[in-house]
Design a binder for this molecule. Sequence first.
Ligand code: RB5
Length: 143
Amino acid sequence: MTETIAIAADHGGFEMKSLLVKDLEAAGLKVLDLGTHSADSVDYPDFAQALAAALKEGRAARGVLLCGSGIGISIAANRHRHIRAALVHDETGARLCRQHNDANVVVFGARLIGIEVARAALKVFLSTSFEGGRHEKRVAKLG
Ligand code: RB5
């Protein structure tokens, strides 16, 4: 079965989200695009909430969130216990958040990084496994 990736952004991340949706679809993944669907101003907590609900309900296993800095939407997403959202600025962060933290959501600050960095980091995020081992109990302590 093809994995579904949920994706959501506020207006600050809308344009980058549109490009990443195309990439994911071109890679053969199913994409659950939870908005926003225009550059009109919206509130990032609403989109973090929508993505958290999608993961909780099993409509997607992993997610991508974007806002201008990536900070607000990360804070909002991480208020949900089942979400481990990692704000990532490069491929190394994308790799480590999977290997060490078993992050289920990757977050990009669309006004801080370029599309090529986001594309490369997203590929790494989706293709890297959790290492388990010593990281297992630490992740369990996150709650
Ligand atoms: C929106 O202007 C901006 O504040 C938002 O995208 C994000 O950067 C918040 O953390």
